[in-house]
Design a protein around this ligand. Structure first.
Ligand code: GDP
Ligand code: IMO
Ligand code: MG
Length: 428
């Protein structure tokens, strides 16, 4: 069985954690390949709610080997806090493996994330403030600290001193902050070395060996297509490759190993933070979606911006990621409406765009062209087959499938693990 990627089709929080949890029992490994603790995945199992940030959602599946790949950035304090919390709730985390090549979010990167945002003022991205952007920036400018550096005290000291030599100038002279003492940072990081050591591995080698042995690997994306640093609504994006292409790089396997790509899309759309969002609702309908869908961030608690389903966005995601299957989540949230608008194209200055415009300014100015589909009233949270859905709900799913041009294999009708309709088998 080849590798399977799970990727967000919109601006995050589509329910990737639940989709990973659903497919987890069929996998031998679940790998987080990008991002860090900017992610927040809520998974509900037997009435228990788990909020995961840095750990792959597969950590909740007995028997699966959870892996943090080289493409991830790791805040070690958060990692251990999350492990301790899960252990206290009886979840075994002892199989967790961490790539020796993953980068570390040092405390100065959190500081820089926050001061940079403040400095940007009205132009701020609305980051999660977890140090994600500055850590990936360090990786790209080759002054990052990797997990393997924790085990070589002399290298660690040199690297932290090197990184801070430049950053302290910035902090003091531009941001008017106090300089950071490299020795204190080294001490902070070294304090974690012993505990993390048994988890560290050549995860790329292990994953390739596992694929050779016919094992199944689930590659779990954080964030989403529209937040991807290359393909999202730049600069209002995160700093990693959240798309399926990033799964190969971020896990250290060849792209040819990937057999299926599952895009998770909400039956409507949400976004946290700044940036364009054509179908955003600023009225009572938006409030209603937020309330019904409990649309508040898992990581920062911020209210999520809400809007209708945007077909060109999800069709774009299908194209960019080579999507084979869609998991459409939160259909239940749309219950109780006479009509459900769906954005089928945009009007930009009098010109119709059927696809997502390539120009960022056009996306900012895009006015959605809606088609109003019939709504439904009946509670659908108990539906387990397509036949259990009211005709209008079934029609909604079938219409989106046709418009996006990719089969919808899973439909979510509630937060619980079993609140799904499987329309097509993903793993055969
Ligand atoms: P992720 O970041 O993509 O994993 O998504 P989040 O966990 O941040 O947000 C998705 C939220 O929707 C979580 O609270 C899930 O428990 C919840 N959820 C997932 N699927 C469904 C569904 O089909 N219906 C409802 N009502 N909630 C869902
Ligand atoms: P999951 O995995 C939704 C958003 C932030 C901000 C932008 C950049 O739960 O879907 P960052 O801290 O990454 O530099 O912030 O990206 N963002 C997310 N929005 N879900 C996420 O993750 C997100 N991770 C980052 O709100 O706009
Ligand atoms: Mg989330």
């Amino acid at each position: 069985m080849p590798a399977i990627v799970i990727v967000g089709a919109q601006w995050g929080d589509e329910g990737k954690g639940k989709a990973t949890d659903l497919l987890g029992p069929h996998a031998d490994y679940v790998v987080k390949y990008n991002g860090g603790n900017n992610a927040g995945h809520t998974v509900v199992i037997d009435g228990e709610t788990y909020a995961l940030h840095l750990l792959p959602s597969g950590i909740l599946t007995p028997g699966v080997i959870p892996v943090i790949g080289n493409g991830v950035v790791i805040d070690l304090d958060v990692l251990f806090h999350e492990i301790d919390n899960l252990n206290a709730r009886g979840i075994d985390t002892s199989r967790l493996l961490i790539s020796a090549n993953a980068h570390i979010i040092a405390s100065y990167n959190r500081t820089i994330d926050k001061v940079t945002e403040r400095f940007l003022g009205k132009r701020q991205i609305g980051t999660t403030g977890r140090g994600i952007g500055p850590t990936y920036a360090d990786k790209m400018t080759r002054v990052g600290i990797r997990i393997q550096d924790l085990f070589d005290p002399s290298i660690l000291r040199q690297k932290v001193e090197g990184a801070l030599a430049q950053k302290n100038h910035l902090l003091v002279k531009v941001y008017n902050r106090r300089a950071i003492d490299p020795a204190a940072v080294v001490a902070e990081l070294e304090a974690h070395a012993e505990r993390v050591a048994p988890m560290v591995a050549d995860t790329s080698l292990l994953l390739n060996q596992a694929l050779d042995a016919g094992k199944t690997i689930l590659l779990e994306g954080g964030q989403a297509t529209m937040l991807d640093v290359d393909h999202g609504t730049y600069p209002f994006v995160t700093s990693s490759s959240a798309c399926a292409g990033g799964a190969a790089t971020g896990a250290g396997i060849g792209p040819g190993r990937i057999g299926r790509v599952v895009a998770v899309a909400k039956a409507y759309t949400t976004r946290v933070g700044a940036g364009p969002f054509p179908t955003e609702l600023h009225d009572d309908e938006g409030e209603r979606l937020r309330a019904a869908g409990h649309e508040f961030g898992t990581t920062t608690g911020r209210p999520r911006r809400c809007g209708w389903f945007d077909v060109p966005v999800v069709r774009y995601a299908a194209r960019i990621n080579g999507v084979t299957d869609i998991a459409l989540t939160k259909l239940d949230v749309l219950t109780g409406r006479e009509k459900v608008p769906v954005c089928v194209a945009y009007d930009v200055g009098g010109h119709r765009h059927d696809e997502l415009p390539v120009s960022q300014s056009d996306i900012h100015h895009a006015v959605p062209i809606y088609e109003n589909l019939d709504g439904w009233d009946a509670d659908i949270t108990g539906a387990r087959t397509t036949a259990d859905l009211p005709k209008a709900a079934r029609h909604y799913v079938e219409t989106l499938e046709e418009m996006v041009g990719t089969r919808i294999s899973i439909v979510g009708v509630g937060p619980a693990r079993d609140a799904v309709i499987q329309r097509h088998p993903i793993l055969s």
